[in-house]
Design a protein around this ligand. Structure first.
Ligand code: ADP
Length: 369
C-alpha cells in the first residue's frame, strides 16, 4: 500500500498545451480514487504522471513521503491496466500472466504458484491454456487485471479498463474490481469518463473539467448531495440535475412563469438580490402534485419513458419560446399523459441555488441525505 501526495502538480506538454492545472491532493493508503471528467480533461495525463510515463512540469509528487518527480517507473511500485488490455496475442493466458515474472527471472515453481493463485482470484483457472482471441472481452480484461495483480504492487493504476466491455460485463467487472481491491488493498487510481462507475467504485472521486482543472474532490455522497458548482452538479447523477435560470427580485427567482421564494434554500438572500441564479434539483427528488415544504412547479409533458421501476418524464416549464426543459423521475404508477399538464414538487431540502455567473453553489444550511 502507498500514500500519494500532489502539491500544485502541473503538466504542460512540449507543444505548450497546459493539460493539468495545480493538482493538489493527498491519497491515503489503500484508497480507491476515481478521476472522472469528459474526454480530454487531463485524467490520463494525471495517471501517466503518477506512473512516471510523463514528466511533471511543475509541482511536487510524493510516494510514501518520498519526492517521486524523477523516480523511475520501476521504482514506484506500480502496475497499470489499460483500456486496450495490452495482452500478448501469441501467448496463452498462463504465459500472459507469467510474462513479467519470467522476465524478472523468478523460479518456475514460484511463478506456477502465483499464476494459479491469481487465476483463482479472477476465475481464470479453466482458461489458462487459451489464447486471448479465444476469450470474451470481460475475460481478456480479467487477464489484464491479473497481470497487474500478480506483481504484488502498492499502487494500481487503471485507465478506462472497462470501456471495451458491454453494459452487462461492465457491471460485473465493476464489482469484481472492487472485490479485488478489498482483498489486495493496493492504493488504486482509476480513470473513467463514466460517472456511474466512479460513484459505485470509489472511496473518493476527483471531478475534472476540460483544461485540466479539478472541480471538486469528495466521497460519492459529498459530490451527489453537496456539489460545489454547476459543473459537478451536472456531471454527477443520471439523468442529470435540472437547471432553471432566473433573476432574483425581492428574494424570489422569477422566470418561465415561476416565482420561487428562495428563503428556505439560501442563507443570505440580500447577497443575491438582483443577481442571475440557477435553481436546481435532481430528477429523482421530485414528488407528484403539490406538497408542503416544497416548491410546486407546473410543467407540460412532452414525452415519457417507462423504465420498469421508474418513469422518466421529459417536460417543459414555461410557454413556447420562453420555456425550459426538465426531466423528472416518477413512479410508473404516476406516469402522466403526454401533452398533459403535470404539477410536481421539489422538497426544499432537495433544492439548490447556484450563482449563474460564478457557477458556485450559494451558501445554505441544508442537511441533505
Ligand atoms: P483524458 O484522459 O481526460 O481524456 P488526456 O489526459 O489524455 O485527457 O489529455 C488531456 C489533454 O492533453 C487533451 O486535450 C489532449 O489532447 C492533450 N494531450 C495529451 N497528450 C498530449 C501530448 N503528448 N502533447 C500535447 N497534448 C497532449
Amino acid at each position: 500500500m502507498a500514500q500519494l501526495l500532489f502539491k500544485d502538480v502541473n503538466k504542460v506538454y512540449p507543444n505548450g498545451y497546459h493539460a493539468v492545472h495545480d493538482f493538489n491532493m493527498e491519497i491515503g493508503d489503500g484508497e480507491f480514487i476515481c478521476l472522472v471528467g469528459d474526454s480530454g480533461c487531463g485524467k490520463s495525463t494525471t495517471l501517466r504522471m503518477i506512473a512516471g510515463l510523463e514528466d511533471i512540469t511543475a509541482g511536487e509528487f510524493y510516494i510514501d513521503g518520498k519526492l517521486a518527480n524523477n523516480m523511475s517507473s520501476r521504482d514506484r511500485g506500480i502496475a497499470m491496466v489499460f483500456q486496450s488490455y495490452a495482452l500478448y496475442p501469441h501467448l496463452t493466458v498462463y504465459e500472459n500472466l507469467a510474462f513479467g515474472l519470467t522476465l524478472e527471472g523468478i523460479d518456475a515453481d514460484v511463478i506456477e504458484e502465483k499464476v494459479q493463485a491469481t487465476a483463482k482470484i479472477l476465475g481464470l483457472t479453466e482458461y489458462l491454456e487459451r489464447f486471448p482471441r479465444q476469450l470474451s472481452g470481460g475475460q481478456c480484461q480479467r487477464v489484464a487485471v491479473g497481470r497487474a495483480l500478480i506483481r504484488k504492487v502498492n499502487i494500481f493504476l487503471m485507465d478506462e479498463p472497462l470501456s471495451n466491455l458491454d453494459a452487462k460485463q461492465r457491471v460485473t467487472m465493476r464489482s469484481e474490481i472492487k472485490q479485488i481491491h478489498r482483498s489486495v488493498g493496493a492504493t488504486t487510481i482509476y480513470v473513467t469518463h463514466d460517472q456511474t462507475e466512479a460513484m459505485t467504485m470509489s472511496d473518493r472521486i476527483v471531478v475534472m473539467k476540460s483544461g485540466g482543472y479539478v472541480q471538486q474532490i469528495g466521497t460519492p455522497h459529498e459530490l451527489y448531495f453537496y456539489p460545489k458548482n454547476l459543473f459537478v452538479a451536472g456531471f454527477i447523477g443520471e439523468p442529470p440535475m435540472n437547471f432553471i435560470r432566473g433573476k432574483v427580485q425581492d428574494g424570489k427567482m422569477t422566470s418561465y412563469g415561476l416565482s420561487l421564494d428562495l428563503k428556505p434554500v439560501v442563507k443570505d438572500l440580500s447577497a443575491i438580490e438582483g443577481r442571475e441564479v440557477v435553481f436546481a434539483f435532481r430528477p429523482e427528488s421530485v414528488k407528484v402534485g403539490k406538497q408542503k415544504g416544497a416548491y410546486s412547479i407546473t410543467s407540460n409533458v412532452e414525452l415519457t419513458e417507462l423504465l420498469g421501476d421508474t418513469t422518466n418524464v421529459y417536460a417543459t416549464v414555461g410557454d413556447g419560446e420562453n420555456s425550459v426543459n426538465v426531466i423528472l423521475k416518477v413512479s410508473p404508477h404516476d406516469t402522466p399523459e403526454t401533452g398533459s399538464s403535470f404539477t410536481f414538487s421539489v422538497p426544499n431540502v432537495s433544492a439548490y441555488v447556484f450563482d449563474a455567473e460564478t457557477e458556485n453553489v450559494i451558501e445554505n444550511d441544508i442537511v441533505r441525505r
